[in-house]
Structure formats: C-alpha cells, structure tokens
Design a protein around this ligand. Structure first.
Ligand SMILES: [Zn+2]
Length: 216
C-alpha cells in the first residue's frame, strides 16, 4: 500500500448520492470510509447496509451534527455518539470504534471519554470545500494536486443532519479516482484496528484551526 489514499465521506447517508458514490467506488475497486450521522441512518437505513455490504468502513459522526452539542460539555454528545453506534450495530452488526467530530471540532472534554470508550478519532489531510458545492472540476483538481501517499481526503455525501445536492462531489469522484489510479494510487478504508500515520489526535488549538479552515 505504498500509494494508499483514504477517501472519507461525511454527513450521510444521503440519497441518491450515497448509492451513486458506492457505484463509482465499485467501478474502480476502491474502498472508502463513511462517517455517518444517526439521524441520516434513520432516513436511509438500507444505504448504511449497502455501504457495509460493499466492504467499506463506517464511522460515527454524531447523531444530529448539532454545533451546540459539539461545543458544550455535557452528556448530550456522548449520548448521541452511543445512539449512533447502536444504529450502526443494528443495521450492520459492527461494533464501531471510528469517530470523526462534526466540523472536525473535538473538544477537550470529549477526548478522555472517546479514549475510555475505545474510539479512534480521524481528521483529514485534504479537503476540497465540497460542502459548499463548487464545480466538480474544482473539487477534483484540488484533491488531485494535493494527493500524497497516506492522505485522508474529506468529502461529503450528505450535509449535517439534512440531505443536500451532492452532484458535484459525485462527478468529481470519478475524475479523482480515474486520475489518481493512473498515478498508481490505491484506495482503502480506515478501520478500527490499523495504525494510520495520519491518524491525528490534535490539541484543541489545532482542532479549532481545522474547524476555522473548514469555513473559509
Ligand atoms: Zn460533518
């Protein structure tokens, strides 16, 4: 896996885009990771099953993607994470230990709890602003120019706890896979057990920085 790339899709499942992404990944023999929201699992349970059946990894991205729950110390976010994990277990049988904070914003009070509960927290190395729906060629170029072996790429099949148009992301994905496969890259899922060189558990300042970058 010298030139491995780790594609991740956040905020789903969200149809028809999750299914379209699965089709494209299959065409290229690519594996990826889907950081799902519990509310969206309730909307699209079959999509979650399809992700799992296709051999991709599934991670927890909270239940409601609610900024207040992410920022305020308290039980609500912990309950959300556990509730989403129960949904993942119910539809796939998997005891999930992957977590990505909404907006990449993992507050200091949550980190010891994540560790105690055996969660691996993943941020990303490359993002392409696809949440704001730029043209597909912008998304694709942004990723292709910045790709490096071992990088984790942030993309979105949904939007927070509601659906949205992800046509540009879907279109960009084909271009990214086509170009980078030609450059010798292979595409893999994160999983609960691998040590990943870019698994980043950052301090709060770094989290905040990543989150601010997310909005710019
Ligand atoms: Zn998100």
């Amino acid at each position: 896996m010298d030139k491995a790339l780790y594609l991740t899709f956040d905020d789903g499942p969200n149809e028809p885009y999750t299914s379209q992404i699965l089709d494209i990944l299959k065409t290229f023999g690519a594996r990826a990771t889907f950081f799902v929201c519990g509310e969206n699992i309730e909307r699209h349970p079959q999509s979650l099953k399809n992700i799992y059946d296709a051999g991709h990894a599934i991670g927890n991205h909270s239940f409601s993607h609610n900024i207040k729950h992410v920022l305020l110390a308290g039980q609500i976010l912990k309950d959300e994470i556990m509730r989403t994990n129960r949904h993942i277990k119910m539809y796939t049988g998997v005891d999930n230990h992957l977590y990505r904070s909404p907006w990449g914003l993992c507050m200091p009070w949550l980190k010891p709890w994540l560790k105690q509960n055996g969660f691996f927290t993943y941020h990303w190395n490359i993002m392409a602003f696809d949440w704001s729906q730029p043209p597909a060629n912008f998304i694709a170029d942004h990723i292709i120019k910045r790709a490096f072996p071992g990088a984790i790429v942030l993309l979105h099949d949904g939007h927070e706890n509601i659906g949205t148009d992800r046509r540009q992301t879907v279109k960009a994905l084909s271009a990214v896979l086509g170009e980078l496969a030609g450059q010798g890259y292979s595409f893999h899922s994160l999983d609960n057990n691998i040590f990943h060189p870019h698994k980043i558990i950052k301090d709060f300042a770094a989290d905040l920085y990543l989150s601010l970058k997310y909005y710019i």
